[in-house]
Design a protein around this ligand. Structure first.
Ligand code: ATP
Ligand code: MG
Length: 562
């Protein structure tokens, strides 16, 4: 699973190899990513994006970005913009092929008229409820509509009238004339067009009939000369219908290939559920860092490379499964470890006063920016008499395995000195300050006599510290599969502690230079990024992921089980 070369080819790439061998599409590979602009993209979409654009890249083919904007009711310009932005941010390029299904509305209408003329489609007057009750079930055949055998001429005229706006919403539909007792319910005279007097984000009021997804989708791929229409498993039993439409029209035919959609633990991926969370303000918006949306992950500090890497490692399969969120975090951590500079910051400050250090002295110590990347260089960190350390790096009465600061113990303050705690000052029983001393002979943090200390802790110079607000994110849900809980609404499992805001953080001055979305590590604490709402007056930081590798732990548990 490590390097790309070692990855055995997945079944989709195997199909493409075979098609190239047999010259099925004259050596062409042309895929597409076809989002419906009715929400923001999420990590599941990222899997599809990486797959489609990835394949096009590997085979020197093409990949279109096509908006499947056939439903005017739920679609919005805002979503179009966010989707374009997200695909670009992930690092993919569609060249000049930014396409919209709505641009094919005329052609789709003509295709439909063609089927009507061939006696393969008819106008039906039944209501939506009647149509669904006539449809039958898996065990019972459907019943023909009384309008199924309308003469072709009458169908042509009625369909034209539908288009001309002569009928109210829901009064007429156009249906394919296939087979009301077909074992595949999708083939029981599916609806192709409905009357809907609604304004569309691009075609405005030009149309009052709109194509149904199943009618439109295969046509879009055909019109664009797509070779491999890659989609998720739930469309497997729609494939015969797409084939029927294309065969009966006698037009170009792409190959549809289905793969399992991505599911992740502790989150939801349905656009309907995500929309509910946004609209009911359980989160701050589509780009809330707790959501599995691509814009949320960007806010959170995930890098495009880490998301691409995750998508390539989980691979494609024919069986639905659920991927552990910890594995995504593992991929994020792995990339950020290589690319992020380190800084020191204190989330819950405890003041330290160095008794044997001059009051106004400022020393600058050199700190390594990124031990993984020698080119990242070094920076200077100021050291002064008053410092801050993390509250939980001190314990007055520590248990056995606590090696950090406690009265009488010497530890290393990273990059600076070995420091001994002399006394903890309390106010109303709460520790408010530590009195410490340095060993001046340990400049740089190491003793010349070779004595060792058991821990190194981070710190920030008090007079030089920058105040920051830090958002700590946790899982959005308390259970692995919130959408799959019997008889319970997924929102009952929202984690009340998914966001903790720390308002009194102290960070080293070098952090001031960073800009919104810049990613970095706070030593010992995790990876962070600058929030987009940061201003000159207020520094806001988001925690991307902790340093703890929970994925390794999960893998160990799984191995032990075997
Ligand atoms: P809905 O049908 O509810 O609008 P959708 O997730 O299918 O939601 P689309 O905009 O139609 O949304 O998706 C665009 C593409 O992304 C489709 O080709 C779809 O198969 C793919 N896709 C969507 N969700 C996932 C997922 N969880 N894993 C992999 N691919 C996905
Ligand atoms: Mg869809």
């Amino acid at each position: 699973m490590d390097s790309k070369e070692n990855v055995s080819k997945d079944f989709i790439r195997e199909i493409i190899d075979e098609d190239l061998k047999t010259n099925k599409y004259d050596g062409r590979v042309h895929t597409r990513f076809p989002p419906e602009p009715n929400g923001y993209l999420h990590i599941g979409h990222a899997k599809s994006i990486c797959l489609n654009f990835g394949i096009a890249g590997e085979y020197k083919g093409l990949c279109n970005l096509r908006f499947d904007d056939t439903n005017p009711a739920k679609e919005e310009e805002e979503y179009v913009k966010s989707i374009i932005n997200d695909v670009q941010w992930l690092g993919f390029d569609w060249g000049d092929r930014l396409l919209f299904a709505s641009d094919y509305f005329d052609q789709m209408y003509n295709y439909a008229l063609d089927l009507v003329k061939k006696g393969k489609a008819y106008v039906d007057d039944l209501s939506a409820e009647e149509i669904s009750s006539y449809r039958g079930t898996l065990t019972h055949p459907g019943i023909d509509s009384p309008h199924r055998n309308r003469p072709i001429e009458e169908n042509i005229e009625l369909f034209k009238k539908m288009k001309a706006g002569e009928f109210a919403d829901g009064k007429k539909v156009l249906r394919a004339k296939i087979d009301m007792s077909h074992p595949n319910l999708n083939m029981r005279d599916p609806i192709m067009y409905r009357v809907l007097h609604a304004s569309h984000h691009r075609t405005k009021d030009k149309w009052c009939i709109y194509p149904m997804y199943d009618w439109a989708h295969g046509l879009e791929d055909s019109i664009e000369n797509i070779t491999h229409s890659i989609c998720t498993l739930e469309f497997e039993n729609h494939r015969p219908l797409y084939d029927w439409f294309l065969d009966n029209l006698g037009v170009y035919h792409p190959q549809q290939i289905e793969f399992a959609r991505l599911n992740l633990t502790y989150t939801v991926m349905s656009k309907r559920m995500l929309l509910e969370l946004v609209e009911e303000k359980h989160v701050k918006g589509w780009n809330d860092p707790r959501l599995p949306t691509i814009s949320g992950m960007r806010q959170r500090g995930y890098s495009p490379a880490s998301i691409r890497n995750f998508c390539s490692r989980i691979g494609v399969a024919k069986v639905n499964s659920i991927v552990d969120f910890a594995f995504l975090e593992y991929c994020v951590r792995e990339d950020l470890n290589k690319t992020c500079n380190r800084f020191m910051g204190v989330l819950n400050p405890l003041k330290v006063v160095i008794e044997n250090y001059p009051k106004d002295k400022v020393e600058e110590f050199e700190a390594v920016n990124n031990p993984e990347d020698p080119k990242a260089g070094k920076r200077k960190v100021p050291f002064t008499k008053e410092l801050y350390i993390e509250q939980n790096d001190f314990m007055e009465d520590p248990p056995k395995k606590f090696y950090r600061l406690t009265p009488g113990r010497e530890v290393r303050f990273r990059y600076s000195y070995l420091i001994t705690c002399q006394e903890a000052i309390k106010k109303d029983g709460k520790i408010v300050e530590l009195r410490c001393t340095i060993d001046p002979e340990t400049h740089g943090g190491y003793a010349s006599d070779g004595r060792r200390v058991k821990s190194t802790i981070h710190w920030v110079s008090a007079p030089n510290a920058i105040d920051a607000e830090v958002n700590l994110y946790d899982r959005l849900f308390t259970v692995k599969n919130p959408a799959g809980q019997k008889d319970k609404n997924f929102k009952e499992f929202l984690n009340p502690k998914s966001l903790e805001i720390l308002t009194n953080c102290k960070v080293e001055p070098a952090v001031q230079k960073l800009k919104p979305f810049d990613r970095f590590q706070f030593e010992r604490l995790g990876y962070f990024c600058i929030d987009q709402n940061t201003t000159d007056k207020k520094l806001i930081i988001n925690r991307t992921v902790t340093l703890r590798d929970t994925w390794a732990k999960i893998q160990k548990q799984q191995q032990n089980k075997k």
